[in-house]
Design a protein around this ligand. Structure first.
Ligand SMILES: [Zn+2]
Ligand SMILES: [Zn+2]
Length: 337
């Protein structure tokens, strides 16, 4: 992998061709002469290396200025931090790293490309690139099974649009529906809603004129959470939530849950807060819909939480704690978030 010092051809130089190389050689000769160095034999190669750090620095400054300028346009976007989704990439034709501005050497797998925003950098540089990925809708095509933070950043929304739209629809016409979230709708129609979101995004029509049965909408919302590559309560935070649920003292349990919530990425935490406030409103219609926070915990526990390791026994053991986590989050939604 070429380092900043060893890559002697930069973007600017390649474009201006031979002449600039000669000029650089000349400047370098003057410089070395001024320093009293006798480097005659290596004059053609040394100056380029000599000027390179300065040029690289200038170019990187320029790149960051351009990036900063484009960032300013999206000031209204939620300030969620997102890591790039780098994949090894084979570039056709000459390519330059968008982080260090140096050439990407080699014929195949010259560097990595972010699958969400299209940023091209050296493999080495990818380790130091800031977590400022701004996904592009050209790269992020699906809604379901797309990483939650990637989706909200790509669509410039606070929460996934599926969550907001389904919840609004359910609150408009479903709060009194018996067995809300427990009864499942036709799976074919739920798949149909999923396809509509994947195809049309926020323009998807989920009104009663298209899907009369509210259980199709609740089914589509549950499916969205189930298909998240990283669950709403992330794998990283999972053990802390389970630990909290095991605490018998209610006050200490709440305190521990509050600490666990801090481990969630901001977009996950915001979506969880919104969902819990909604589920609390569902329980306020318990007389009609027969859904208590305990019942909703049974439905949503395994939907929002998945054990990071695939050990079947532990996963089975955890189910009751998953239910308890969700039940406690719903009941204490107002104090926890
Ligand atoms: Zn990216
Ligand atoms: Zn680089």
């Amino acid at each position: 992998m070429p380092s900043r010092e060893s890559c002697v051809i930069s973007k600017g130089e390649k474009r201006s061709g031979r002449r600039s190389k000669k000029e650089a050689g000349h400047k370098g000769a003057v410089f070395t002469a001024a320093l009293g160095l006798n480097v005659r034999g290596s004059v053609p190669s040394l100056p380029v290396t000599f000027w390179q750090p300065i040029r690289s620095f200038a170019l990187s400054q320029l790149t960051s200025l351009v990036r900063r300028a484009t960032l300013r346009e999206s000031d209204l976007a939620p300030k969620y931090e997102k890591v790039h989704n780098f994949k090894v990439h084979t570039f056709r034709g000459p390519h330059w790293c968008e982080y260090c501005a140096n050439f990407m050497w080699g014929l195949i797998a010259q560097g990595v490309k972010c699958a969400d925003c299209g940023l091209n950098v050296h493999k080495q540089c990818s380790k130091v690139v800031p977590n400022d990925c701004q996904p592009d809708l050209r790269h992020v095509k699906k809604v379901y099974s797309c990483d939650l933070t990637t989706l909200v950043k790509a669509h410039n929304t606070k929460r996934p649009m599926v969550v907001d739209m389904c919840i609004q629809e359910i609150e408009a016409r479903g709060l009194q529906s018996e067995g809300l979230y427990r009864i499942s709708g036709f799976s074919e129609l739920i798949e149909d809603v999923k396809m509509a979101f994947d195809r049309d995004g926020e323009k998807a029509d989920i009104s009663s004129s298209v899907y009369e049965d509210i259980n199709i909408i609740t089914g589509a919302l549950k499916l969205y959470f189930r298909e998240l590559p990283i669950p709403l309560i992330t794998y990283d935070a999972y053990p802390r939530f389970i630990e909290a649920a095991k605490i018998a003292d209610p006050d200490k349990r709440l305190e521990s849950l509050h600490e666990a919530l801090k481990l969630l990425p901001p977009a996950h935490c915001e979506t969880l807060r919104y969902l819990m406030a909604h589920l609390k409103r569902v329980t306020q219609y318990e007389k009609e819909n027969l859904m208590s926070s305990e019942n909703l915990g049974i439905v949503f526990g395994p939907t929002l939480m998945r054990a990071p390791e695939l050990d079947a026994m532990t996963a089975l053991n955890d189910i009751r704690y998953q239910r308890l986590v969700v039940e406690t989050l719903i009941t204490n939604e107002d104090v926890l978030f």
